[in-house]
Every structure is written in structure tokens, then in C-alpha cells.
Design a protein around this ligand. Structure first.
Ligand code: GLU
Length: 471
């Protein structure tokens, strides 16, 4: 039997981090089992579904590197749904219920008052009195006793189906509802394993009852633990970004995010050990992945862990690729980004490589190219020189720079003029405060290159300012 699994996002919003985790687990399971992974866009809710979200969801999955083998648009299958609805009406397994929302809420209120489970057991369930098909279609639920299904993660799950009452399956033949369409599509698409969030457990008994009515085979179920915020409530916007695209914007690297998502509720039996313990590429995950290693309890979204993983991936990046990836963030952060010549960008990017947590951090880390740095006395003197000596060194540098022509104010000529002085007076005592004066930082891109990029005037201005700070 070929394993066939699906991810079924509704295009009513951007790809949620929890749905991305579900997609990843389905993908990993399919690849591990040499099966088929299907993307099914569940757009039957026409009012809330939007094409732009469908596009965004697909782009976000592609960005993560999660590819699908087949694609299905649910609304294009409406004839199939209709056929099954008609079959069930004919067999008197579903029926038209004419009750209005108002009547139903009155009934619900009364049941609550009487401490009964709210449910609708319709007096039209035998279909006799409602020949002109008023209202909506409901499932004639005669199930008694317990309904049991085996879940590959949670074990035996038991429910009492009579509590569901005659539940709704469609607004009409053209507008089937979630539980009905999902059941038909899963069976029709020969889905073997339904791997989805635990929040769908309450839907499963309804789907099983519909399967039974239609004579469909039952697929295997695996309900994934919820993704929780730090406070252990279900991850939502108030915990921070929930859309995958937001993480892209924030400067996370797709393979790092995938690595992090994989560990939200899953861990391989055998650990790698060492500092690489939690680091897995998508290719590495495929042979390791197993549904039996998924935990039952909720999985906390720990942003610190994501940041750590992201840093690990950034440090492992090829220098050229890093520079290329960082450049759009530079452009996004600084309108005058063009002062940094593309030829220098790689060396600047490489210099920052070990310090970045996200790509977006580059914006702040190279701020000194674009605005005056904040220069602090303690930082100028951090390497131990006296204020007096340090000031004298900065004045000496200034003297060497002043007579230079603007046109020949290059990294190379600065190097030539200043290095001999630094070598005689101690490189550290001279170059350290020079760097701090220009950048405000204790580490930066090549000092003479920085001076060239910001230009003669700015270099002089910053040296004067640092001298003033020391006075
Ligand atoms: N469309 C449903 C959702 O967005 C998924 C349904 C399912 O996986 O059965 O949550």
C-alpha cells in the first residue's frame, strides 16, 4: 500500500506556523515511507477564502522547501461532493432540516439550562415532512454506545457519538460543510494517514460516522500535539508572529526554521550528541522521522531556541551566499545603502557572520556606515591606554589624514599612511580607538575600508568627536 497523506490548509489567512509544522510532518512521513504528499486547498468556505492567501501559502511552503506531489483545489471537486450528498439523501442517511438559527439557539439554551449536552435531534430526520428541501442538510445520527478510533500518537480515543445529535453536513448540495467534504475528499483521494492538529480530534467521530454511512474505509489517524506559546496556551498572535512569511521578513533562514519546526513535538530516538545534537537538515530528517517518536503533550514554541538554531545555520553558510542573502536586508534598512560598494559587501558580511542571530540584524550592525555612531569613553579606552595617549594617537591620525586629497582617500592609501605610525606606537593602542571613533563598536569591517566608505569629511568629523569625548 502506498502511503498517501495530505495537508489541507484553508486559504483564509497566511500560512500559520502550526500548519507549517503539520505540513512538515506530513511531508517527512510521506518521504520516509516513499509515499505521496498532497496539498489540498480547502476553499469551500467561499466567503472567507481568498486567492491571495492560496498563493501566499504555496509560496511559504516552497520557501521552506516543502514540496508537494499533487495539488487539489477543493472547490473544483464540488460535483463529487454533490454526488455523495445526493446518494445519502436518497438512502435517507442525511435529511433537510428547516430549523432556523433562532429556533436552534432557543433549543440550545433550554438544553443548557436543563444541564443537557447541547445537540439538535431533528423532528424532520426521517425526511417525510420537508419535501421542498428547506434549510440545511443534516446527518441522521443513530449511533449508540461508544465510538472508538486508534490514533498513532494518542492511542485509543473514545467518544460518545449520540452527544453529537443530528450534525450538519451541508448548507445545500452546492455548499457542503467541512466535516463532509474532508471525509469525501480523504476517501476519494485514497488518503491512508490523516496527520493533523489535535484540535481536530472533536471532528474525527463525525468524519468516521460519515465514512461509515458512505461505506468508506477508515484511514489511520495521527493527531499532533498543539503548538503552544511560552505560557502554554495555544500559540496565537499575542505570543508574537504566527505567519511563516513574518519569520522570513524577520531574517530567519528557511532551513533553520524547518529544523526548529521539526523539533516541535518530535525528537529522534537516537540523538547525535555534542553541539550538533539538535541540528538537522531536511534531508537528514527524512530517514529519521517516525510518527511513533511524536510526543503527546503540547510543544512549546521557544523563540530563543529558534534564534540559536538560526545562528548555527548562519555561521555554517558559504560566504558568498551569506552576502547575497544579507544584501536585501541592508537595502531594506538603509536608503543610502549604495555607499557600500558591492565588492566590499562580502568582506563586511563575513565579518558579521559570527555575530548575527537573524539576517535582519545586519541592519543594526552596520549602522555606522549610514549614521553617526555613539562613541563612549570607556570603549575608546577599553584596551588600556590612558586618555591622554589615546587622544594623542587620534590627533596624530587626524594630522596624517588632513592633507590627503579627497580623490585619493582610499583604503589602500590610508593603510600606507597610518600603519607605520600604528606599528611604532603599538597597533592595538592606535587602531582600537580609531575603530571605536569611526564605528562606535569594538568590531567592524576593515577599518581603512570603513574610512574610505564614509569618506574624508566624515572620518575627520568622527575623529574630532572622539577627541572631544576624551577631553
Ligand atoms: N482545513 C483544515 C484546517 O485548516 C484542515 C482539515 C484537516 O486536516 O482535516 O485546519
Amino acid at each position: 500500500m502506498t502511503v498517501r497523506v495530505r495537508i489541507a490548509p484553508s486559504p483564509t489567512g497566511p500560512l500559520h506556523i502550526g500548519t507549517a509544522r503539520t505540513a512538515l510532518f506530513n511531508y517527512l512521513f510521506a518521504k520516509n515511507q516513499k509515499g505521496v504528499f498532497i496539498l489540498r486547498i480547502e476553499d469551500t468556505d467561499k466567503k472567507r477564502s481568498e486567492k491571495r492567501f492560496e498563493i501566499e501559502i504555496k509560496e511559504a511552503l516552497a520557501w521552506l522547501g516543502i514540496s508537494w506531489d499533487e495539488e487539489v483545489i477543493q472547490s473544483e471537486r464540488i460535483d463529487i461532493h454533490k454526488k455523495y450528498l445526493q446518494k445519502l439523501v436518497k438512502e435517507k442517511k442525511i435529511f433537510w432540516c428547516p430549523h432556523t438559527q433562532e429556533q436552534l439557539s432557543l433549543e440550545r439554551e433550554k438544553q443548557m439550562q436543563e444541564r443537557q449536552a447541547p445537540r439538535h435531534i431533528c423532528e424532520y430526520r426521517n425526511g417525510e415532512k420537508n419535501e421542498d428541501q428547506q434549510g440545511i442538510l443534516r446527518f441522521k445520527n443513530d449511533a449508540a454506545g461508544e465510538l472508538v478510533f486508534e490514533d498513532l500518537i494518542r492511542g485509543t480515543v473514545t467518544s460518545t457519538p449520540s452527544l453529537l445529535g443530528d450534525f450538519s453536513v451541508a448548507k445545500n448540495f452546492e455548499e457542503p460543510l467541512y466535516n463532509f467534504v474532508v471525509t469525501v475528499d480523504d476517501a476519494d483521494m485514497r488518503i491512508t494517514h490523516i496527520i493533523r492538529g489535535e484540535d481536530h480530534i472533536p471532528n474525527t467521530p463525525k468524519q468516521i460516522l460519515i465514512q461509515n454511512a458512505l461505506g468508506f474505509e477508515r484511514p489511520q489517524y495521527a493527531h499532533l500535539p498543539l503548538v503552544l506559546g511560552e505560557d502554554r496556551s495555544k500559540l496565537s498572535k499575542r505570543h508574537g508572529a504566527t505567519a511563516v512569511t513574518q519569520y522570513k521578513k524577520e531574517g530567519y533562514f528557511a532551513p533553520a526554521l524547518v529544523n526548529f519546526l521539526a523539533l516541535l513535538g518530535w525528537h529522534p530516538k537516537q540523538t547525535k550528541g555534542g553541539s550538533e545534537e539538535d541540528i538537522f537538515s531536511l534531508e537528514e530528517l527524512i530517514p529519521l522521522f517516525s510518527l511513533s517518536d511524536i510526543q503527546k503533550g503540547g510543544a512549546v514554541f521557544d523563540i530563543k531556541k529558534l534564534q540559536w538554531i538560526n545562528g548555527v545555520y548562519i555561521r555554517a553558510m558559504d560566504k558568498e551566499k551569506l552576502a547575497e542573502t544579507l544584501f536585501p536586508y541592508l537595502k531594506q534598512g538603509w536608503q543610502n545603502y549604495a555607499v557600500v560598494r558591492p565588492g566590499w559587501w562580502q568582506s563586511i558580511a563575513s565579518l558579521e557572520q559570527t555575530r548575527l542571530v537573524t539576517f535582519k540584524d545586519i541592519i543594526e550592525r552596520v549602522d555606522y556606515f549610514f549614521e553617526d555612531p555613539v562613541v563612549r569613553k570607556e570603549v575608546l579606552l577599553e584596551k588600556g591606554g590612558s586618555a591622554e595617549d589615546t587622544k594623542a594617537h587620534l590627533e596624530a591620525i587626524l594630522k596624517k589624514i588632513e592633507p590627503m586629497q579627497k580623490g585619493s582617500f582610499t583604503g589602500g592609501s590610508l593603510h600606507e599612511k597610518i600603519l607605520p605610525y600604528a606599528e611604532t606606537h603599538g597597533k592595538k593602542s592606535v587602531l582600537w580607538p580609531f575603530r571605536v571613533a569611526l564605528t562606535g563598536k569594538s568590531a567592524s569591517a576593515g577599518l581603512f575600508e570603513v574610512a574610505e566608505i564614509i569618506g574624508k569629511e566624515q572620518t575627520e568629523k568622527r575623529l574630532h568627536h572622539a577627541i572631544a569625548v576624551l577631553s
